[in-house]
Design a protein around this ligand. Structure first.
Ligand code: ZN
Length: 459
């Protein structure tokens, strides 16, 4: 018997440990792990000497297309492939009547799911969808079960912006999510605090980018997070705190987390690797919500990651053009920053090289935990029988980030000029090589829509 591919000579890294060894891949799945001599012959042998061989990154928080991002599925998933990201979870939206609605007319969430699923024709890596709830109508409850059955097993709500939901409606949603075992995600910032502070800063002429974080303070995030997590807990729903940025809100998550079976949370690469000095350096380019925080908050992200209160590191990838972000007061430009092409090298450099976290930690927070949290048992692991989503990573190669290499349509990087150790050499998605040393080598359409399972959250 022979198999398609053997990746040999490197160090295998999983959530539980590292070992020298080889991987055998056949028919898009991992079929063997162990000493190369004990594995079958292969049509192709990939030499991974001095390299890490790890599961592909699972990024559960990206935005592609719609009303928020200029990326197409092809450009965003090219960036993902180059960055060692083999699965992303994007958003399918409910449309409402309003300026920021994805479409002009109110439309059900299932329409959003169907629209996004069609992007498999363009995708290079696999993708799932969260359902985005943007209006308070009972039609949601009529379709919720069908959306879950379509493999969309987590739902995002906002407390801010013109599509923020009331606590009363959020509670109803959490109750229904609890019935289905689905996960609730909440963008938590207290809207009236952020709006009022923005108005005061505007009135005072504080148009310098350094003033932006003052408009959306850490306590506004912690206040809204506490309300949301309380509602989820009362309803018995699984709660996932997305983009936790600050010590104040991580403390809230810890207080409500108990055994971890109902409350989980992520931070994003930029909240763990950049502090608010970026606004003096890069102006409005890093305008994201919540904002990038103070140095003590960066320390807090690693403290809470170490304790497991924060268990996932994502990107919140959003593509915008430099010209739309710059040369205007910070309150006028769009939110968001692109990051999916850099997340693994940048977070690896900070966590492993600068802070001495282990490689298995890296795999837990970027691969295994997001896969398990969002019902993707085929992902985030090197176990035989699972999808052969594999990254060959050179932990020692240094590289200076430049936006010129962006595959995303975004023509800037908030990591511009940062020298990082760690480079993605090869990315495999279900056994097919999709990126090879900085070049995308697969055709659009290799990516598949993932119908996610209802996740089981243990401790
Ligand atoms: Zn987001």
């Amino acid at each position: 018997m022979s198999v398609d591919t053997v990746i040999a000579g490197g160090t295998l890294v999983t959530a539980s440990g590292t070992r020298e060894g080889a991987l055998a891949i056949d028919g898009g799945e991992i079929v063997g792990v162990g000493d190369e001599a004990a594995l079958p012959d292969a049509d192709e042998r990939v030499d991974a000497t001095d390299r890490l061989v790890m599961p592909g990154v699972v990024d559960p928080h990206v935005h592609i297309g719609d009303h928020v991002s200029i990326d197409s599925y092809e450009t965003a998933t090219r960036a993902a492939a180059l960055g060692g990201v083999t699965t992303v979870v994007d958003f399918a939206w409910q449309a409402y009547a309003g300026a920021e609605s994805p479409w002009d007319e109110p439309a059900p969430l299932l329409d959003g799911v169907e629209e996004k699923r069609a992007n498999a024709a363009e995708a290079l890596v696999d993708f799932g969808l969260h359902g985005g709830i943007l209006r308070e109508d009972d039609d949601l409850f009529a379709e919720l079960e069908d959306v879950v059955e379509a493999g969309v097993t987590s739902f995002k709500m906002y407390t801010a912006y013109d599509y923020g939901l009331s606590h009363g409606f959020m509670e109803r949603v959490f109750e229904r999510l609890a019935e289905h075992g689905a996960v609730g995600l909440v963008h938590s910032e207290d809207d009236s605090v952020c709006e009022a502070r923005t108005e005061r800063l505007r009135a005072a002429g504080r148009d310098e980018p350094e003033a932006y974080p003052e408009s959306r303070p850490d306590y506004a995030e912690a206040m809204a997070a506490e309300d949301a997590v309380r509602l989820a807990r009362e309803a018995g729903a699984k709660y996932y705190g997305i983009h936790t940025t600050a010590r104040a809100s991580a403390e809230v998550m810890e207080r409500f987390r108990e055994d971890g079976s109902r409350v989980r949370a992520e931070t994003c690469v930029h909240y763990a690797t950049l502090d608010d000095s970026v606004y003096a350096e890069l102006g409005t380019l890093p305008k994201i919500a919540p904002p990038i925080r103070a140095p003590d908050d960066v320390e807090a992200m690693f403290e809470y990651l170490r304790r497991g209160v924060l268990s996932v590191v994502s990107t919140d990838h959003v593509a915008a053009a430099r010209a739309d972000k710059e040369d205007r007061p910070w309150w006028e430009g769009p939110f968001g920053a692109n990051g999916v092409q850099r997340s693994l090298p940048v977070f690896h450099d900070e966590a492993v090289n600068e802070r001495s976290f282990s490689y298995p930690f890296l795999v837990r927070v970027m691969c295994a935990n997001p896969a398990e949290t969002f019902g993707m048992p085929e992902k985030g692991t090197l176990d035989p029988g699972t999808d052969a989503d594999v990254v060959v990573f050179d932990p020692d190669a240094t590289h200076t980030v430049t936006a010129e290499e962006n595959a995303s349509k975004a023509d800037y990087s908030i990591y511009e000029g940062r020298e990082v150790a760690g480079r993605v050499r090869k990315t495999f998605v279900r056994g097919e090589l999709v990126a090879d040393d900085g070049d995308v080598v697969a055709e659009p359409g290799h990516g598949e829509f993932l119908e996610r399972e209802i996740p089981e959250w243990g401790t």
